[in-house]
Structure formats: C-alpha cells, structure tokens
Design a protein around this ligand. Structure first.
Ligand code: KG4
Ligand code: ZN
Length: 333
C-alpha cells in the first residue's frame, strides 16, 4: 500500500511516499527555520503563507523521488491536529483535494501519533506494547502504547514543553532559534556543574517552567555580581536537569506497566544527551530502547505515512468534512 503523506502543522512543509507503513520511498522536508529565526520563533501567519508556496513543489518532489505518479498512490494521509490552525489547513485542503480528485481514501493523522510511529519505520521488529516519551517543541507526553493506535497518556507537562524550555533557555544565553540542537552541541563543551532544580511534580507529569526561571535567575545573578558566565556549563547543567527527570519517569512508567520496551519521539528525541542517558538507564533495567534517526525525530511526513498505515488497517478513514483541530487530543479519531 503506497501512502502519500502530508505534514504542515508547524514550520516544516513535508510530503512523503511510504510503502506498507515502514518503507520510506521519499521524505521531502522544506524547513522554514531560516525565515522564523529572524523573529526568534515560529510566526503562524508567515508559516501558513510559506506552506501554500511550498506544498505543491514538495509533493511533486516526493512523487519524483519515489519514482511514482498519482496513479501509484493508494491513499492520502495528512496531519489534521494538533498544531497551528492556518498551517494545518494548508496541508488538509491539499490532501482533501487530492483524495477527492483521485478517488482515494483520506486518512487524517494525529501529529503526536505520527511522532510515535516514526519508531516503526527503521525497525520493523519493533511493535507495541511499549512506553513512549514524546518530547517536542509543543508537547511532552509519557504514553503507554498498548497496541497500534491505542494510547494511555500517563503524564504530560503542566507548563512548558521540553523543546520549548530548550528554545527559551537557548534564547536567554544568546544561542538563537531553534535552541535544542544548539544547547545539545554546546553541552558537549561544558560541565554540568550548576545544580539547577528538578521539578518534583507528582506521578508522571512534568514541569519545566521552574527550571527555565532558575536558569534566567542564574544569568541575572551572574550579571549583577559581574561574575563570569560559562555558557557551555549552563547549557550542560540545564540539559542534564531536563534529561534526569525525563529518564527517571520513563523508566518508572515502564516498570509500572511491566513493559520491556521504551521508545522516544519528537524533536527533543534527537538530543544526544537524552539518547545516551536513556540507553544507559534501559540497559541497567534490561529494557530495549528504540529511537528514530534524527530526520524522523523532527517534523516530517514519513512518520505521518507510517501512522496512517496502521490507522487504515484498523479501518480509520475520513471524509471531506475532516477539519483542522488545533488542540486535537491523542486517541481522538
Ligand atoms: O517535533 P518538532 O520538530 O516540532 C514539534 O512538533 O514541536 O520539535 C521541535 C523541537 C524544538 O523545540 C527544538 O529545539 C527541539 O525540538 N530539538 C531539540 C534537538 N533538536 C530539535 N532539542 C534538544 N536537542 C536536540 N538535538
Ligand atoms: Zn512535531
């Protein structure tokens, strides 16, 4: 089954052709980062306009790279939430038009379900049940994946998402947007010598705004006392504080559910410190650790094609009334 998948929920316009849920024949990603950098973050109106310009060329390129025409496509998949409403609508309108004109099924996909499903692409052996830590710019969810498409959200952030915290701290230390990859890189040159707080939130929920404030306070104090600031140490200490909490809660969740597999997903899953720490913790507890390659961690359409395949197997198809749902809950179809 060849699925043409479209993703436009934030600042990446992406189209992919995915065969049988796991074989990525093409995965074209047009990033708007350079444009939004000027403003220090994603500007929704600019994102929508850019998606309109890019969506058709990106789809053409995805078909060309897969060596296919629309005739070879069996279904159209698209992210319909959560995300920026104007951005989502561009992908959705395109997908609906294609499904209607080609008389092919339309499969609406939850963006987070896409991130989680990125884990199936490179390792066909990997199957539910497992615990998935979803950490992106907009979300921090600890999810028990009981089966394909069956999710129990065990915990989530009460304030900032993990990626958002990375971006805000990076901005405060002058690293620019997006901050995650920059903090990741800088951390390697520093020592985690500053003891930033690990938020003690009950059960499996997270909180990152206190940590962000602690970093800002530290920066202000250094300035007031005219003390030298070692940016690499601040980055390493902040990153370690985030990772500590993420890893501890993920392992605890796996123990509680009695599952032997842990996965990570979303942009922050590209973080080298998180991958290392999670690998070590999983090894210590005889748990198998699965993570997608970098390009499948950040927003891309291949992950949407993978999720759509498993949804379709469960009989999920949508009609032309499908609308963008900016705050779509995981598990809603
Ligand atoms: O999944 P994603 O591309 O978009 C959303 O759905 O939000 O995630 C983007 C987020 C940004 O906050 C970015 O700073 C973060 O992922 N990110 C990272 C790394 N690469 C991207 N955070 C930490 N370390 C990284 N290497
Ligand atoms: Zn995302």
């Amino acid at each position: 089954m060849n699925i043409l998948a479209i993703e436009s929920s934030c600042d990446e316009t992406s189209a992919a052709v995915v065969k049988d849920g796991t074989k990525v024949l093409s995965n074209i990603i047009s990033s708007q980062i350079e444009l939004h950098k000027l403003f220090g973050g994603v500007v929704p109106e600019i994102a929508s306009r850019k998606h309109i310009e890019k969506i058709n060329p990106v789809i053409d390129e995805a078909l060309t790279e897969a060596d296919m025409t629309f005739e070879d496509i069996d279904a159209i998949a698209v992210t319909y939430g959560p995300g920026l409403v104007g951005a989502l609508l561009v992908g959705l309108a395109e997908a609906k038009a294609l499904a209607y004109a080609l008389k092919k099924p339309l499969i609406g996909v939850h963006h987070i379900e896409g991130h989680i499903s990125a884990n199936y692409i490179e390792n066909p052996e990997f199957k539910p049940p497992y615990i998935c830590l979803v950490v992106s710019g907009g979300h921090t969810h600890l999810v028990y994946v009981k089966d394909y498409g069956e999710y129990e959200i065990m915990g989530k952030t009460r304030d900032d998402a993990a990626g958002e915290a990375f971006d805000k701290v990076a901005r405060a230390i002058g690293l620019g947007y997006p901050g995650g990859p920059k903090i990741d890189k800088l951390s390697k040159e520093g020592k985690a010598s500053i003891n930033f707080p690990r938020a003690q939130v009950e059960a499996y929920d997270f909180s990152f705004s206190g940590l962000k404030s602690a970093v800002l306070n530290y920066l202000n104090q250094c300035k007031m006392k005219d003390e030298e600031m070692i940016e690499a140490d601040i980055a390493a200490s902040f990153q370690e504080a985030v990772i500590d909490v993420l890893v501890t809660k993920t392992i605890k969740a796996a123990k509680e559910k009695g599952v032997q597999q842990v996965a990570i997903a979303g942009g922050v899953a590209a973080n080298s410190g998180l991958r290392e720490a999670m690998q070590k913790a999983c090894d210590d507890h005889q748990i198998t650790f699965q993570y997608p390659s970098h390009v499948l961690c950040t927003d891309n359409a291949a992950m949407i094609g993978a999720a759509a395949y498993y949804d379709y197997q469960k009989g999920i198809v949508h009609d032309m009334t499908l609308n963008a749902v900016p705050n779509l809950k995981l598990g809603d179809k």
